[in-house]
Design a protein around this ligand. Structure first.
Ligand code: G6P
Length: 606
């Protein structure tokens, strides 16, 4: 996710202020940080891996001279946390410095072109390419604003950028596409930051940049232009009523709700995987004789859904396994032909690492899908893919789950293509479904919230909740159950719907709420039977199904309508109402949704 800052002060040095701003953005990323200023016609940079205060203790970030500067606090996506990969990044001449939040999708291509032109790079980041491209444009005689706009017309992906150049030491150039960027107007101070929390102690006057815009920030003015044609945009400021903490939560009352809402963007970022690494993982998956998908908690549910996806799309049997059960269950058959794709948001869950260590000593191939570059999982994996969700602060995993599913889908599609298991037409259709996914996610969050809020009111005193799904929806039922249980503390059961008649049906009495996950797939006609069986015994059926599925809607005591979607993508969309339900049940019952009791974000004990 990363946090960026740009700042100009009328008097004194800017670095101590940038440092304070960055501290308030540390929740967006904290594996490296840095500041660059312009002083006496030169750019000065101090940066390193580690936490902001540690870097300051070592390098005296606050001591940088100069009245104009930019700063960054990083959540690594391209290149591990290190001094070289920390921002700000410079161009070849050392006169342009850039900080960036987002992902430049086509950076490899652009880097290749720049290498041919003789540029050399110091980092493994996508960001450095932007600095060098601007330099290239300026060589052609463009000013810094025109060169930035021209550069961004070549760039694909998401970005918020703050740029300084020694030739124009009175201004910071800003640009935005998909990643947030806000200007703050103070008396004797001008700011730009990833969120207003950074500058709120100095000013409450804010101007929001929109996608596709570039801006020039000076001590006494700001000017906004369209990247496309540099036509100017008029936008006046708004006055923010937020506290710093509210701004960090983007106005949401809790991080959990903010993170549920963020999913349209995080799913989009999860589709921006680096193909080189994806293809390496795919190649190694393809070579395995026994393939396991291994994870704990929510990540295990992603593995379970992933196993259906790999099987259906790529005809790969990938066995989902709970990390803490792996050694006992499969340990004796592990060998050089075993491939394990470990899914772990943190990359540090001890149950996962233990299983992998065991497998590694037996020469198995370890692959990873994680959200944290530099985590133990990235270090012990032969190859890994990053899900690009940014830090998740709510203890219950929400956005990181839907990103894991998106990344697994992406991997399965690439493998299917490699194996020649899908036709061109199917491939095109799936690609299109994937590109529509972020807007569908957005729609589901917005449309289901009021319905789910009402359900939470009705169920706030429930003593037991049951979740049923068939096929891939069994994974959704498990994840729905886990979310609701961990945030509401209501005992919950999830079962494959087909198994419900082999036991769970005995607990059904008049009014017992039962959630059915029922997308339109080949299991639908069976789940209709399961709904009838449960209703005949008095169950109250709460059915998540397609909005035009009249039959299921007709059977539901309450329905949560969903847009039509490819069944393999259904766990991504159908989990969202249960995330919201968990959140609103927690509120109804007086629980803190961000910090459920007894749970930890990352469990590092056995
Ligand atoms: C803890 C967290 C869960 C998470 C699980 C696995 O139990 O509370 O939200 O799903 O660990 O974490 P990982 O980082 O390996 O995905």
């Amino acid at each position: 996710m990363c946090g960026i800052v740009g700042c100009i002060v009328a008097k004194g040095n800017v670095a101590p202020i940038i440092f304070e701003c960055l501290k308030r953005l540390e929740y967006r990323g904290y594996d490296s940080a840095g500041i660059a200023t312009i002083h006496e016609g030169r750019i000065l940079v101090r940066k390193d891996a580690g936490k902001l205060s540690e870097i300051d203790a070592k390098l005296d970030l606050k001591g940088l001279p100069g009245s104009i500067g930019i700063g960054h606090t990083r959540w690594a996506t391209h290149g591990a946390p290190s001094q070289a990969n920390a921002h700000p990044h410079l161009d070849g001449s050392g006169t342009i410095a850039v900080v960036h939040n987002g992902i430049i999708e086509n950076f490899m291509e652009l880097k290749r072109e720049l290498l041919e032109l003789g540029h050399t790079f110091r980092s493994k980041t996508d960001t450095e390419v932007v600095a060098h491209l601007i330099q290239e444009m300026m060589k052609k005689g463009m000013d810094i604003l025109t060169a930035t706009a021209e550069t961004l017309r070549k760039v694909k992906g998401s970005y918020s950028l703050a740029i300084i150049h020694t030739g124009t030491p009175d201004r910071v150039i800003l640009a935005r596409n998909e990643s947030p960027l806000i200007i703050g107007i103070g008396e004797g101070f001008m700011f730009a930051a990833s969120d207003a929390a950074a500058f709120l102690p100095y000013t409450d006057k804010a101007v929001y940049l929109e996608n596709g815009e570039v801006a020039v920030l000076k001590i006494d003015e700001y000017k906004i232009f369209k990247i496309d044609d540099l036509r100017s945009v008029n936008r006046s400021h708004v006055v923010l009523k937020w506290t710093v903490e509210e701004a960090q939560k983007a106005g949401f009352p809790h991080y959990t709700l903010k993170e549920i809402y963020e999913q349209a963007q995080t799913v989009r970022e999860a589709l921006r995987l680096q193909l080189t690494y994806v293809d390496l993982v795919v190649e190694l998956l393809d070579r395995g004789r026994d393939v396991f998908l291994l994870g704990a908690g929510t990540s295990y549910h992603a593995c379970l859904a992933g196993s259906y996806i790999f099987s259906k799309l790529a005809r790969l049997s990938a066995y989902p396994v709970i990390a803490s059960e792996f050694v006992e269950n499969y340990g004796s058959s592990i060998g050089v032909d075993t491939v394990i794709l470990a899914v772990s948001q943190s990359g540090e869950t001890i149950d996962v690492l233990n299983a992998l260590e065991y497998a590694r000593l037996r020469a198995a191939t370890i692959l990873g899908l994680t959200n944290v570059v530099g985590s133990t999982l990235t270090r012990i994996s032969r190859a890994y893919v990053l899900q690009n969700s940014g830090p998740e602060i709510g203890v219950a995993a929400t956005k990181t789950f839907t990103s894991q599913l998106t990344a697994l889908m992406f991997l399965a599609l690439r493998l299917a293509r490699k194996r020649g298991k899908v036709s061109q037409a199917e491939m095109d259709a799936l690609q299109e479904d994937l590109s529509n996914l972020p807007s569908l996610v957005n729609k589901v969050v917005k449309d289901s919230e009021p319905i789910v809020k009402e359900i939470a009111k009705q169920l706030s005193n429930a003593e037991l909740l049951l979740f049923l799904g068939r096929g891939i929806s069994y994974a959704t039922a498990l994840e729905g159950r886990l979310k609701v249980m961990e945030l509401s503390y209501i005992p919950c059961i999830a079962y494959p719907a087909g198994e419900s008649k082999h036991g769970p049906i005995s607990i059904i009495e008049e009014g017992q709420p039962v959630f059915f996950v029922a997308p339109r797939d080949e299991t639908r006609r069976y789940i209709i039977g399961n709904v009838m069986e449960m209703k005949a015994r008095g169950a109250r059926a709460i059915i998540t199904c397609e909005r035009d599925d009249d039959e299921l809607q007709g059977l539901a005591d309450i329905s949560i309508p969903m847009p039509p979607t490819n069944p393999l993508l259904s766990p991504i969309l159908y989990t969202i109402p249960y995330q919201l339900l968990a959140y609103y049940l927690a509120l109804e019952r007086g629980n803190d949704p961000d910090k459920p009791r007894n749970l930890a974000k990352s469990v590092t004990v056995l």
